[in-house]
Write a protein that binds this ligand. Structure first.
Ligand code: GTP
Ligand code: SPV
Ligand code: MN
Length: 608
């Protein structure tokens, strides 16, 4: 079949030349049954969800309106970092933290994988916009995919369809650029061949071409591997745009904090995958009188405003949250968001009455169908939901959405938090002495690996600014970029930087700090530091709250545990020094900015 005969190809709702050419090229290569130009309408949602229920990919839930459960292939449950590539012209530009292949080699190799890869399937064309539609320069993309599950997820996670396509032509009539993002599950169907509920391919490539601003993803249907507006565009490609244009594309939540006196502060926080961003973004403060509103839970784009402050915008439109651990006690605002329906759950368990359940949700049923479609009872021994199971839900349903969430101007950031998951060593909260020290804390932060990526869980690794798996270029250049940003503003206009750790453990490996809503106590101290009202103790690693500075009124945690969570043990920290040295060696000593080497030397001296 030649491309010009592919039904739907000619029904393009656009005259954008580059878009039409690219869609035709892809259809010729991948040979789908038909092409569908997605409009983002409710009808499209209804039609595709019915199709996916009939195909066995989705189960319609009776417990929540317009909501569905998908269970994936057991080999396709998380991001695949070892199959993720940054294909820059020069290997050196990808840096030592990324897999690299030459763009020509990757294209030659993947072209053969994509050849006829959509046979027997529908090819969907999804125009989308990352960030508010009314931005002066909207960040546009088009995902071509053969997965209807991806289309429905993109309905939730991005501004897409007709509204996005309208932005492809600028007011002066010029055709705007867009990021082409090609995705196939890599499971062509021969004529008459029956489909499986979750088609995918054991061979996976998540490839980025940073110079061309292009993405090719093959073989996986899951989350960050397949919803290409998310990690692929908004972090890996956008980090390169940000480097070139003088802004920041970061793995950060955006939170609005309102004190009892009605002071407003916006906070951005970078924690590695499955380390608490969504939960902090939806905080229900335990401290009386404090309120929190959410603007984003995973990605922040930050640029300087006219007043010289850093303003953050969330490029996404939905939440793709970790289900396990989410419940009415830990994250009631997430529960209220998903209760409204319009949500796709992936790899959680199904209750006998057609609702969903996962570990950490209240009211555990006595019988479930697990994510692997097995009968499950509390005695089964294995987990009913996959540890990286997710809910995909519209931001607009959040009961605590900040009214300015869709403002193209963004919000001025008062504080940046870095944080990881560390059982030992790293205190509950630590204030950087200045921007440069804060960049050092971010560049050397560490965390235990989680189920958000395939591979082993619980290993401590360096994860700079929580961007290790999401950097589109050399980590050393990225650190220099952060330092450069700090040079562009007066010190008192820059956000203050803090390093937090909600995950320190005591004996019996219990958490020393209760976390979740109680984290508002730490945020209060941070706001008080910004306002110059709270005291801090100078330690070799930074500034921690003095004994009386943290508001512990009404906290049910023993004081000894709080003290242990805050403790800075020079002995433990001295053990970090060689780990940081190795990390710098891994990045390349010549690529580590001298300011960061100076910071390491100063840490060494302070520790004695
Ligand atoms: P990604 O979506 O993968 O980027 O993850 P995330 O950073 O948004 O993490 P999320 O908020 O979903 O939290 C991941 C896990 O950590 C969940 O199981 C949470 O219940 C748990 N968690 C979040 N915040 C806290 C906390 O303050 N204390 C403790 N002990 N656990 C937490
Ligand atoms: C993460 O792993 O950081 C996520 C989930 O937010 S994914 O979309 O799969 O990247
Ligand atoms: Mn994330």
């Amino acid at each position: 079949m030649t491309a010009s005969t592919v039904p739907g190809l000619e029904q393009a709702p656009t005259t954008h030349r580059a878009l039409l050419d690219w869609v035709r090229d892809v259809a010729e290569l991948t040979t789908p049954l038909r092409v569908v130009w997605c409009d983002g309408s409710q009808d499209e949602w209804r039609e595709l969800s019915v199709d996916l229920v009939n195909a066995g990919t989705l189960v319609r839930l009776s417990g929540k309106p317009n909501s569905f459960l998908a269970v994936s292939d057991p080999g396709d449950v998380a991001r695949v970092e070892d199959r993720t590539f940054i294909c820059s012209e020069n290997e050196a530009d990808a840096g030592p933290t990324n897999n690299w292949m030459h763009p020509v080699d990757m294209k030659v190799l993947l072209t053969e994988h994509f050849r006829a890869s959509m046979a027997g399937r529908t090819m969907y064309v999804i125009p989308f916009c990352m960030g508010p539609l009314d931005s002066e320069e909207p960040k546009l993309g088009v995902e071509i995919t053969d997965s209807a599950y991806v289309v429905l997820s993109m309905h939730i996670m991005t501004r897409m369809g007709t509204a996005a396509l309208e932005r492809f032509t600028a007011p002066d009539g010029t055709e705007r650029e867009f990021v082409p993002a090609l995705h196939s599950v890599g499971a062509p169907l021969a004529p008459g061949q029956a489909d499986v509920p979750w088609p995918c391919n054991p061979v996976k490539y998540i490839s980025h071409f940073p110079e061309e601003r292009m993405i090719w993803s093959y073989g996986s249907g899951y989350g960050g591997n397949s919803l290409l507006g998310k990690k692929c565009y908004s972090l890996r490609i956008a980090s390169v745009m940000a480097r070139d244009e003088g802004w920041l594309a970061e793995h950060m939540l955006i939170l609005k904090l309102i004190s009892p006196e009605n002071e407003v502060h916006y906070v951005a926080a970078a924690f590695p995958s499955a380390c608490g961003k969504t939960n902090l973004a939806m905080l229900q403060p335990a401290l009386p009188g404090w309120r929190a509103e959410t603007l984003g839970d995973d990605i922040a784009w930050m640029r300087f405003g006219e007043d010289g402050r850093l303003y953050a915008v969330n490029p996404e439109f939905g939440f793709f949250g970790v289900a396990p651990g989410t419940g009415w006690h830990t994250n009631p605002n997430a529960m209220r968001t998903i209760e409204k329906g319009n949500t796709i759950f992936t790899n959680v368990a199904l209750t006998d009455d057609g609702d969903v359940w996962w570990e950490g949700l209240e009211d555990r049923p006595e019988h479930l169908t697990s994510w692997t479609k097995q009968d499950w009872t509390p005695g089964s021994g294995d987990k009913a939901a996959h540890p990286n199971s997710r809910y995909c839900t519209p931001m607009s349903q959040s009961p605590i959405l900040a009214p300015e969430w869709d403002d193209p101007k963004g919000v001025p950031i008062s504080a940046i938090l870095f944080g990881g998951r560390r059982k030992t060593t790293v205190p509950l909260v630590n204030e950087a002495r200045d921007w440069r020290h804060g960049v050092f804390l971010g560049a050397t932060m560490s965390s235990e690996t989680t189920a958000a990526a395939a591979g082993s869980v619980g290993n401590v690794r360096r994860d700079p600014m929580a961007m290790l798996p999401f950097l589109g270029y050399h980590a050393g250049d990225y650190f220099q970029h952060w330092l450069n940003i700090g040079e562009r503003a007066a010190p008192d206009m820059l956000p203050k930087i803090f390093y937090v750790n909600w995950f320190r453990r005591g004996d019996n490996s219990r958490f020393l700090w209760p976390g979740f809503g109680e984290n508002s106590r730490v945020l209060k101290w941070i706001v008080d530091r910004i306002e110059g009202r709270a005291t801090a103790l100078d330690t070799p690693v930074g500034r921690i709250p003095t004994a009386d500075a943290l508001d512990l009124d009404g906290l049910n945690t023993p004081l000894a545990d709080v003290d242990a969570a805050l403790n800075v043990d020079p002995g433990e920290w001295r053990e970090e020094i060689p780990l940081i040295e190795n990390w710098f060696k891994h990045i390349g000593d010549d690529k580590i900015p001298s300011a960061l080497r100076d910071e390491l030397e100063s840490l060494r001296l302070r520790l004695g």
